[in-house]
Design a protein around this ligand. Structure first.
Ligand SMILES: NC(=O)c1ccc[n+]([C@@H]2O[C@H](COP(=O)([O-])OP(=O)(O)OC[C@H]3O[C@@H](n4cnc5c(N)ncnc54)[C@H](O)[C@@H]3O)[C@@H](O)[C@H]2O)c1
Ligand SMILES: O=C(O)C(=O)C[C@@H](O)[C@H](O)[C@H](O)COP(=O)(O)O
Ligand SMILES: [Zn+2]
Length: 367
């Protein structure tokens, strides 16, 4: 697979490289000019138990000093307390402005490490080594970094681009099926908002994807990265087009909070995409056949059902804290057709409630 380069203002900023091992990492660290720097590898308990020793061993001769910082796995760690502990570690290890962080893990590690890199000493370099499907297709690219605050998603953050995104596709072999399916939420989103052919390809290849056929999964990751890279290059700080990447996230983030993070981010994005598609259909945009195709495309990935007694009004009330609201109005992302999304400022609470009710009914009929 050809590597990609993310440009800003037509200047190359960082590469996304596709590998099947960690072997090429030391030479890439040297190429970035980090031979005389210290490196702290940041990870969480589960990923660290699988890959941290290998990474530390592989980079030890590529820089002057290595250390690591490991926090408990899961979304509950994506907060300012853990960032504070990381700052303390970096201060104790005398990290200066030239030193470097490596984020080794899924989106939680990437978002948190990126935020620490953006803020420690007003900004130091960091490298993304995404290990979950979701982080390989989405969160490692584009420089959105941040943490949750009082269970409000990504309330505190910064835009800070990595210097390299190093994908080792072979690590997906240790990922659980549930986490793999969660990553599919962002992937289906990419097809729906930007590339109808990619959406069709996803449906045609769903058997190979679900069976984790690595060449097919590699192609899928690459296609998703192209979608994300193009959007980020056009609008790195979300002044316009980048908001489309939030398709499925307004209600998705509200459901994540409502479910106390028991549902995974990508699972909530799948539900959110289904709901936004229902609203798009009810507004006369997508056809009934398109809506059916969208809901069917999610079926192999085990979209979790909201509890039968879920309080939809509470879920809708959580969307009021959406970071993208302008003058109290929510910037909702809808589909014009499959492959074309737009910002709609007129989605009402009633629209959201009706969509939640309809999805719950469709789930009872298995769509
Ligand atoms: N910055 C962005 O643009 C962006 C985009 C999408 C999502 N996000 C954020 O990313 C987070 C979700 O990311 P995620 O789904 O990767 O969650 P995560 O980081 O919690 O990782 C998911 C789980 O998979 C495990 N895991 C990761 N890699 C593994 C591997 N190779 N083998 C075995 N287990 C592995 C982890 O231990 C964890 O339990 C959310 O906080 C979300 O808000 C950010
Ligand atoms: O990169 C982006 O831009 C995205 O919106 C990607 C989303 O998948 C991701 O979940 C992001 O963290 C959401 O950002 P937020 O600003 O809505 O918190
Ligand atoms: Zn997301």
């Amino acid at each position: 697979m050809k590597n990609l380069t993310v440009h800003l203002d037509d200047k190359p900023i960082y590469d996304i490289v596709y590998e099947k091992s960690f072997d090429a990492l030391p030479s890439m660290i040297k190429e970035l000019g980090y031979s005389n720097r210290k490196i702290c590898v940041v990870s969480e308990s589960h990923v660290a138990s699988l890959y941290l020793d290998a990474i530390l061993h592989s980079i030890k001769d590529a820089c002057t000093y290595t250390t690591s910082f490991v926090f408990p796995e899961g979304e509950a760690s994506k907060n300012l307390n853990v960032v504070r502990d990381l700052y303390t570690h970096l201060i104790e290890e005398k990290f200066d402005r030239n030193d470097v962080l490596i984020a080794l893990g899924g989106g939680v590690v990437g978002d948190l490490t990126g935020y620490a890199a953006a803020t420690y000493l007003r900004g130091i370099d960091f490298i993304q080594i995404p290990t979950s499907l979701l982080s390989q297709v989405d969160s490692s690219i584009g420089g959105k970094t941040g943490v949750d605050f009082d269970s409000y998603k990504n309330m505190v953050g910064a835009f800070h681009m990595p210097k390299l995104v190093y994908m080792n596709l072979s690590v997906l072999k240790t990922l659980s099926n549930r986490q793999f399916c969660s990553g599919m939420g962002e992937i289906i989103k990419h097809g729906l908002i930007k590339n109808a052919n990619y959406f069709i390809w996803l449906k045609e290849n769903e058997a190979q994807i679900a069976a984790l056929d690595l060449p097919t999964v590699g192609e899928m990751i690459y296609e998703s990265n192209v979608v994300k890279k193009n959007v980020v290059e056009n609008d790195p700080t979300e002044k316009g087009e980048r908001a489309l990447l939030n398709f499925g996230h307004t209600l998705g983030h509200a459901i994540e909070k409502y479910m106390n993070f028991e549902f995974l981010h990508g699972e909530c994005v799948l539900i959110g995409c289904a709901l936004a598609s229902i609203i798009s259909y009810k507004k006369g945009n997508i056809t009934q056949a398109e809506l059916r195709d969208i809901l069917h495309s999610m079926k192999p990935y085990h979209v979790p059902k909201l509890p039968a007694d879920a309080n939809f009004a509470t879920i809708v009330s959580y969307t009021k804290n959406d970071k993208k609201a302008i003058g109290g109005k929510i910037k909702f992302i809808l589909l014009e057709t499959i492959g074309h999304a737009y910002i709609d400022m007129d989605v009402s609470e009633e629209d959201m409630l009706l969509a939640l009710k309809e999805l719950q009914e469709r789930y009872q009929d298995e769509y």
